[in-house]
Write a protein that binds this ligand. Structure first.
Ligand SMILES: *Cc1c(COP(=O)(O)O)cnc(C)c1O
Length: 360
């Protein structure tokens, strides 16, 4: 019955898919597909991985994840906007990063086949639920958390690995974002967990996000924790500045999440003859360069937001640094080139996408 030798497709899941009505207004990450992949780990052994109906979880109040935040996740998309497909984009990179996050958080690696085929199976079985407008997608969320029940501060010996999926519209409804430079709080410090996709990093960022929203901003730009002078990234996106026909981004450190979108943009830009520089980026230099007009565009990038232009950087003092271009030509060109690969409307010179067969 299945192309997926590592995933058992249950009849109940297929029934749930057949009777599901997709609402009209999807937004992003709000409507969940009626199925999920589920698999558990108990003292060294992984259970069979299954596609099952989406359901609520039952947790003991002492479940370790609720107290000590032993948890990791990934975010990736299935695309089905062009008649062909559905397509996945570099999902094996997500698998590798997931298992690096697992190692840092003292969790067992998920078997590669279970992760890869789990993502493929949920995408194939939900193909008919993926909205078809360019920029829309099936947002796929693999995650793992500690399920051992007791309050001792020790690594858990029991875990759940799940993959859920959300038919979604574009992440930002407006075309660009306003970004507040965060000079007080920090997101990640050397020796910490900033390079892992673990929930605590996001919990730690939310207070700054609230303060930024109060001042009229959409996002926070984090600086390094030690000198508070070098740009790192946003809470869920990497950062680029454009200088004429060159793009510049902070070099990767252990306090920056190694974005697959970031990495792909670097390769794609070089392929298109755009110069790319990975370097230490001083926030004061960037602000001066925006003022003088040397820096012409800036953008945020990540799976969810693709490439989203930054229209203004601002400081808590109220000083603002509007970019010349609210949606500059380089951001636009790279966004379209990336989407063409992801959505299957253009060539795929790097072999980044995988086409799947719809199953329901
Ligand atoms: C997920 C994430 C990114 C973007 O990574 P992609 O692989 O491009 O989606 C960037 N920064 C942080 C903190 C993230 O969590």
């Amino acid at each position: 019955m299945s192309d997926f030798d590592a995933i058992t497709i249950t009849e109940e899941a297929v029934t749930a898919l057949k009777s599901f009505q997709l609402p009209e207004d999807l937004a992003f990450g709000k409507v969940m597909a009626p199925v999920m992949i589920e698999c558990t780990y108990n003292q060294g052994t992984w259970s069979e991985a299954k596609l099952v109906p989406y359901r609520k979880l039952t947790l003991d109040p002492t479940c370790k994840v609720l107290h000590y935040a032993q948890e990791i996740f990934e975010g990736l998309k299935g695309y089905h906007t062009n008649g062909a497909g559905p397509f996945l984009f570099r999902h094996e990179e997500n698998m590798k990063r997931f298992n690096l996050s697992a190692e840092r958080m003292a969790m067992p690696p998920v078997p590669e086949k279970v992760f890869n085929q789990g993502v493929e199976a949920i995408t194939s079985y939900c193909a008919h639920l993926i909205p078809k407008k360019s920029g829309d997608s099936l947002y796929i969320r693999p995650f793992m958390f500690a399920t051992e029940n007791n309050l001792g501060i020790k690594p858990s010996e029991h875990f759940s690995f799940l993959i859920v999926a959300s038919p979604s519209q574009a992440y930002f409804s407006s075309g660009s974002v306003k970004v507040l430079v965060e000079r007080e709080a920090v997101r990640a410090c050397p020796g910490g967990v900033g390079h892992a996709k673990t929930g605590g990093n996001y919990a730690a960022s939310l207070l700054s996000m609230i303060n930024a929203k109060k001042k009229g901003y959409d996002q926070v730009l984090w600086l390094d924790a030690v000198t508070k002078s070098n740009i790192e990234e946003m809470s869920g996106m990497n950062f680029f500045a454009v200088y004429g026909d060159k793009i510049v981004t902070p070099s990767l450190t252990e306090t920056i999440l190694n974005g697959i979108t970031r990495k792909s943009i670097i390769e794609l830009a070089r392929h298109q003859g755009i110069e790319v520089e990975e370097t230490t980026m001083k926030i004061d230099d960037l602000l001066a360069d925006i003022k003088s007009g040397k820096c012409t565009e800036a953008f945020a990038c990540g799976t969810a937001v693709i490439i989203t232009p930054v229209d203004t950087l601002g400081l808590a003092s109220g000083e603002t640094f509007p970019l010349q271009h609210e949606q500059g030509p380089i951001s636009k060109q790279l966004r379209q080139a990336l989407l063409d690969i992801q959505e299957g409307t253009g060539d795929d010179p790097f072999g980044w996408r995988k086409e799947l067969t719809p199953k329901v």
